[in-house]
Ligand binder design. Structure first.
Ligand SMILES: [Zn+2]
Length: 360
């Protein structure tokens, strides 16, 4: 877990830039009061279509499909306007802007939108991704890095957060001082709308490397605003993704839903050192006040069938659970019924908990 945290922290720590105040005449400040993003349309790719290719294979053959899936789901003509296409192996002298190399030590994007940040790379890659190990971490990282590629900066690096008043878990957030060298000259990103805690670009929250698993509504809205200026009219038929067919939906993070019912029978109870996921009769799962899952912080129980809205999901390792800990997932949810209705609580679960999806 520590290595993953370190990875996430180091993702372009120098890149996420600070913002100008709204209305200072620089960039795209909007007057919307809702949460959006830190960006500037000056970074938008012309045509709003960016080709992606692969320089190598991941150790896991599923990695390429997951990259394509993550981008197809999150970046569409109708939602973000900007979209990614291609996803074949890079040919020699390929002109594809997004050249992916799997297996780098720290994930990165050398582009913020169309602005290329000077950076030493191994094989001419412009996007570095980890090998596919933990699919949630991997999937989340793909969306985050291509959020940069689309033109988004780190949400936590808004100028208004220079004193860590919006989120305090980012010791390296020195705002604009550190970020200036990484911006296109004269193009500071602008705080569009309000701070977006749920942004895929915001790692400055409790469990900042948690698996948001999607662009937030604010991210999507901001990108659409950026690219509405970048293209005149582009009605395209987006080809159906061949990889989305015949794939096991249950193992596909992209189809994980965010409103689900508790199905504790799907996972075996873990009980060691005082930790339990379920009540002993399996009729309910335990809900905790925080992600420490300490018995002292038990908030209550969620009976089978309780519908919950998922806020965050993250892989979790708990020493007391031994090797099983690595396969567990911590989820922050809001129960929609029962004694804990409306509370933010944490449950230990796994992807199988979402099989009773209630979205839509
Ligand atoms: Zn980043």
């Amino acid at each position: 877990m520590n290595s993953i945290v370190a990875l996430w922290l180091s993702l372009f720590v120098g890149i996420g830039a600070a913002a100008c105040r709204k209305g200072d005449g620089t960039g795209d400040a909007t007057s919307d009061s809702d949460a959006q993003a830190l960006a500037n349309s000056g970074y938008a790719w012309p045509g709003a279509r960016v080709e992606v290719c692969f320089l190598n294979d991941s150790n896991n053959p599923a990695a390429k499909n997951i990259v394509k899936r993550a981008l197809d789901v999150n970046f569409t003509r109708s939602s973000t306007t900007i979209e990614f296409f291609g996803f074949s192996d890079c040919q020699p002298n390929s002109k594809a802007p997004a050249k992916i190399l799997f297996g780098v030590e720290r994930a990165f994007s050398t582009y913020i939108g169309k602005y290329k940040v000077p950076m030493n790379t191994q094989r001419g890659e412009t996007v570095g991704l980890p090998v596919l190990d933990d699919q949630f971490y991997f999937y989340n990282t793909v969306i985050h890095e291509f959020g940069h590629f689309a033109g988004l900066f780190h949400e936590a690096h808004r100028l208004e957060n220079r004193d860590d008043t919006l989120c305090k878990n980012d010791p390296k957030n020195n705002g604009i001082v550190n970020e200036l060298p990484n911006m296109a000259p004269g193009l500071r990103p602008v705080a569009m709308g309000a701070f977006d805690r749920m942004s895929i670009m915001n790692y400055c929250v409790q469990g900042y490397m948690t698996q948001f698993l999607r662009l937030s509504d604010g991210d999507t809205k901001a990108l659409r605003a950026l690219y509405s200026k970048a293209i005149a009219s582009a009605e395209r038929t987006i080809a159906n993704s061949p990889i989305s067919q015949g794939q096991d939906a249950a193992s596909d993070p992209a189809v994980m839903c965010n409103v689900m019912a508790i199905l504790p029978r799907e996972i075996s109870n873990v009980s060691a050192g005082g930790y339990n996921t379920h009540t002993s009769d399996g009729s309910a799962v335990f809900a905790y006040k925080d992600e420490s899952f300490l018995p002292a912080n038990l908030a209550g129980t969620l009976p089978v069938g309780t519908v919950v809205s998922r806020l965050l999901t993250k892989p979790i390792y708990m020493e007391v659970m031994g090797s099983r800990g690595q396969n567990l997932t911590a989820m922050q949810v809001i129960p929609q019924s029962g004694p804990l209705q409306g509370a933010k609580v944490w449950i230990l679960g796994n992807v199988t908990v979402v099989t009773d999806c209630r979205d839509k």
